[in-house]
Design a protein around this ligand. Structure first.
Ligand code: DC
Length: 236
């Protein structure tokens, strides 16, 4: 099933308080796999915010916009009119009804996306869109700045990391040769919403752990926190 929300419809929708699970961390730390597993186990909607940045990077490349030109990227972001779509429990940005699922994973897009993601106006635009996702229901949202910047108010914050050698091995096993140390440095040293551990986040080092083990830790913590919240809201 696909649900699409146009900006003009937003005010008409019910505003129930949604639960947001924020999963941040370094590249290849296991964020995507674990976020999907957690979303599936809880029946929550999954949002890959990296894919949203990748979609904009792809759009810029398609329109021959120099991704290293901050002003050009900010202008492109102000002009594009993607839709926020929830299909099969996953949220995407679509352009003219099209989600470039394979195109956003190419080496060209991977090289372009850190430039696009460093533009402050892009981050402001993305944050607004990402916050709009709560209209689809409870969320598991993964990225780099979800707990620090997009949903800093959530009580459910997780930060995943793993040793560089293991992360490089994981990427290589996926057939991707990438300089992860350079990517970590770019992600954590940019001025706008850099990658950091959010205050109160549970930090999990996934080195030597299977996705089943990691997601079990996250799920147990979420269930404990949800129970705690229920107890706090019980009438006395
Ligand atoms: O997770 P990923 O590799 O698909 O992310 C693509 C790029 O987007 C990466 O350079 C980090 C950036 N990103 C970001 O800056 N903030 C997010 N919330 C998600 C991704």
């Amino acid at each position: 099933m696909q649900t699409e929300i146009e900006p003009q419809q937003m005010d008409a929708l019910p505003s129930k308080k949604a639960v947001v699970i924020a999963i941040d961390g370094t590249s290849a730390s296991g964020k995507s796999t674990n976020a999907r597993m957690v979303a599936q186990a809880l029946g929550y909607v999954y949002v890959d915010t990296g894919a949203m940045y990748r979609t904009l990077a792809w759009y810029c490349l398609q329109h021959r916009i120099d991704v290293e030109n901050e002003r050009a990227v900010a202008n492109a972001c102000a002009k594009w009119k993607p839709s926020l779509v929830c299909a099969e429990g996953h949220v995407h940005l679509t352009i003219g009804g099209y989600y470039p699922v394979a195109e956003i994973r190419t080496g060209q897009v991977s090289a372009a996306v850190p430039h696009v993601a460093a533009v402050p106006k892009v981050r402001t635009w993305m944050k607004k869109k990402q916050r709009e996702c709560i209209r689809f229901g409870n969320l598991v949202m993964e990225g780099r700045d979800i707990g620090t910047n997009v949903f800093p108010e959530t009580d459910f914050k997780y930060y995943l990391d793993a040793h560089l050698e293991e992360r490089s091995r994981r990427r290589a096993a996926e057939g991707v040769q990438e300089n992860l140390a350079a990517r970590d440095q770019r992600d954590s040293q940019r001025a706008a919403a850099p990658l950091m551990i959010a205050l109160g986040a549970k930090v999990i080092n996934t080195s030597g752990m299977t996705p089943d083990e990691t997601s079990a830790i996250i799920l147990e913590d979420i269930r404990n926190r949800l129970k705690q919240q229920d107890r706090q809201h019980e009438p006395v």
